[in-house]
Structure formats: structure tokens, C-alpha cells
Design a protein around this ligand. Structure first.
Ligand code: HEC
Length: 185
């Protein structure tokens, strides 16, 4: 084997070893830290929401830096104009606008969960949990759901009632609304 290839192989081995050294090895039980780095879901009842907090006042500042370019001033207009309720005429032109946070989303936690995993579009998961809580507060505020000074965190967020919370029905009777991990076979 020629020298450059040998060097490349050794480098690749060292890099892969150092990556594995950061987490549990194959076959080890995953630690809470390991899970935190890959498991991003927060459940509708608040389970798995992280520490952190923020208000709409704080969120507005972050919104202007991170979101306004695509979502417009105060959540309206812009190339991704879909954060606020729209008029009947606007909805007739673009049916996607019917399903906004204020008119469709059943759980406030979904807002936090979605923006933390998907936004800003160009750099998902790049902000702190405090930032995502503040942005959630701001999005709920501009949709008329919370006050601008309401502190949003893992305790208050599950208690926020969404306007369309009761607009969903269970079309498949007998399917549990929640998976029972404790009784998993
Ligand atoms: C580069 C453009 C861009 C930036 C910056 C951006 N978004 Fe988005 N956002 C989008 C697009 C495009 C969609 C629609 C995605 C889809 O339908 O799959 C979207 C969807 C959303 C939705 C879902 C709306 C709905 O009801 O369908 C929310 C909430 C949201 N963005 C919040 C944010 C927040 C908060 C920020 C700032 C942290 C942000 N976005 C930054 C482009 C952007």
C-alpha cells in the first residue's frame, strides 16, 4: 500500500475512534446525555420538554434576527407567509394558509417541538432552548393565544389551550391516544 493511502487509513481510524469515544460504545446502554443528543421529540403532555424559558418580548428580538427574512414582519407576508390566520380570500388563493398555529395546531408543545427541530430553515436546531421557548411564546402571542409577558417553559407550555384543541376526533376507535411504554411486551 502506498504511503498516502496508509496515512489516510490511519487518520480515518483515529477519527472514527475519537467519534465513538464521545458517546457510549456499541452494546453499552445509552446514557441520558446520549439520548439528549439524538432524541428531539417533546410529547403533547409535556414529557421530554427540556429546561429553559422565554417570553414573547424576548422572542420578538430573536424572531427579527432569525425568522423575519422568510416569515415577514410580525409573522405576516414574506416568502413563508404561514404563521398567522389569513382572510377568506387569501385562503381561497392558497389553501395551505388555512392550517396555521392559531387555527389548526392542537397542541402548543407542537410549536416548540416543530421550530426546535426544523427552524430556522437554513440552520435547524442551531438556537438555545431558551431561544426556542421565547420564539414559541412570540408565535403564540402573535396568534392571540398568550400575553406578551407570559413565561413559557416546560411547566407552563403544556397548560396553554389552543383554539382548535377540540377540533380533532379519533377516527380509529380503540387506538390508544397514548402509547403505553410501561407495558411494552
Ligand atoms: C430561510 C427561510 C426560513 C427561515 C429563516 C425560517 N423559516 Fe420557518 N418556514 C420556512 C418555510 C419554507 C416553511 C414551510 C415549510 C414546509 O411547509 O415544509 C416554514 C415553516 C414554519 C412553521 C410552520 C408553519 C405552519 O403552520 O405550517 C413555523 C412555526 C416556522 N416556520 C417558524 C419559524 C421560526 C420561529 C423561525 C426563526 C427561528 C423560522 N421559521 C425561520 C422558511 C423559513
Amino acid at each position: 500500500m502506498c504511503l498516502p493511502r496508509t496515512i489516510l487509513l490511519i487518520t480515518a481510524l483515529l477519527v472514527s475512534q475519537s467519534i465513538f469515544a464521545q458517546g457510549s460504545a456499541f452494546g453499552d446502554a445509552a446514557t441520558a446525555d446520549d439520548i439528549q443528543t439524538v432524541f428531539w421529540a417533546a410529547f403533547p403532555d409535556g414529557e421530554y420538554l427540556p429546561e429553559g424559558s422565554g417570553t414573547a418580548v424576548e422572542g420578538e428580538v430573536i424572531y427579527q434576527q432569525q425568522c423575519l427574512a422568510c416569515h415577514g414582519v410580525g409573522g405576516k407576508d414574506g416568502i413563508a407567509d404561514r404563521l398567522l390566520r389569513h382572510t377568506a380570500d387569501e385562503i381561497a388563493e392558497n389553501p395551505k394558509l388555512k392550517k396555521t398555529i392559531g387555527t389548526y395546531w392542537p397542541y402548543a408543545i407542537g410549536v416548540f417541538d416543530y421550530i426546535r427541530r426544523a427552524m430556522p430553515l437554513t440552520a435547524p436546531m442551531s438556537l438555545s432552548n431558551d431561544d426556542y421557548y421565547a420564539l414559541t411564546a412570540y408565535l403564540l402571542y402573535i396568534n392571540g393565544i398568550v400575553d406578551e409577558s407570559t413565561l413559557i417553559d416546560k411547566t407552563s407550555l403544556p397548560g396553554v389551550s389552543m383554539p382548535n384543541q377540540n377540533g380533532f376526533i379519533n377516527a380509529l376507535e380503540g387506538i390508544p391516544t397514548r402509547y403505553d411504554f410501561a407495558n411494552e411486551k
